[in-house]
Design a protein around this ligand. Structure first.
Ligand code: SAH
Length: 203
């Protein structure tokens, strides 16, 4: 499969819904975000290992999460779990700024290098534990968590703007529920969608 064929598949299955998100997928070379030995598999709709027992998410999951975030050109976004930088790269074509926190130190350089190659200048990659968000750049229009969390904690809700959207795989163990929250009157209203599999958040 090549990039165009992957996009056709994501549209056919209903994962890609809007032209804007589709264009972001067209612009970002996924082969830049996987290890050299995996480049031949970059356009299969599957997660791939990126070392340190972590993975780059499957394209359909990136499409689903990106569409749920309803990205806007003015948005300031926090990503928790930067990994390869691919999800941040897709968002970078759709929003104003992204701050992405990654726990695994060795992945920071990998993500930075990948984002640089893809010409993503509006992404800042940080090393740290993102379980309590990243206060310095808060509040955010959108927060995306790409590792599994047991709950969406209050500190994250605090760092979300009124009307903001947060998306996270919520659950313990190796099966979670993709959960979307919208902040209304200072409170998070959540909806659960379907089961998914993410690596657990570490501390
Ligand atoms: N969004 C990534 C995929 C992330 S995989 C991509 O597009 O490639 C989940 C990532 O979350 C892993 O890289 C893992 O190291 C990271 N992670 C785990 N616990 C974390 C924490 N407490 N804070 C920040 N990142 C964390």
């Amino acid at each position: 499969m090549n990039r165009e064929e992957l996009i056709k598949h994501l549209k056919k299955e209903g994962y890609l819904k809007t032209k804007t998100v589709e264009n972001a997928f067209l612009k970002v070379p996924r082969e830049n975000f996987v290890r050299d030995k995996d480049k031949d598999f970059a356009y299969y709709d599957q997660p791939l290992p990126i070392g340190y027992r972590q993975t780059i998410s499957a394209p359909h999951m990136v499409a689903i999460m990106t569409e749920f975030l309803e990205p806007k050109k003015t948005d300031i976004v926090l990503e928790i779990g930067g990994g390869s930088g691919y999800q941040a790269a897709i968002l970078s074509k759709l929003v104003k700024n992204i701050y992405t926190i990654e726990f695994q130190k060795e992945l920071i350089e990998f993500a930075k290098k990948n984002l640089n190659k893809a010409g993503c200048k509006n992404v800042e990659v940080f090393h740290g534990d993102g379980s309590k968000g990243y206060k310095k750049a808060a509040p955010y229009d959108k927060i995306i968590i790409t590792c599994a969390v047991s709950e969406i904690n209050e500190e994250l809700v605090k760092q979300l703007k009124e009307g903001g959207i947060i998306i996270a795989p919520v659950g313990s163990g190796y099966l979670q529920i993709l959960t979307i929250g919208k902040k209304k009157n200072g409170k998070l209203k959540t909806e659960s969608y379907f089961s998914c599999v993410f690596v657990p958040m570490r501390h």
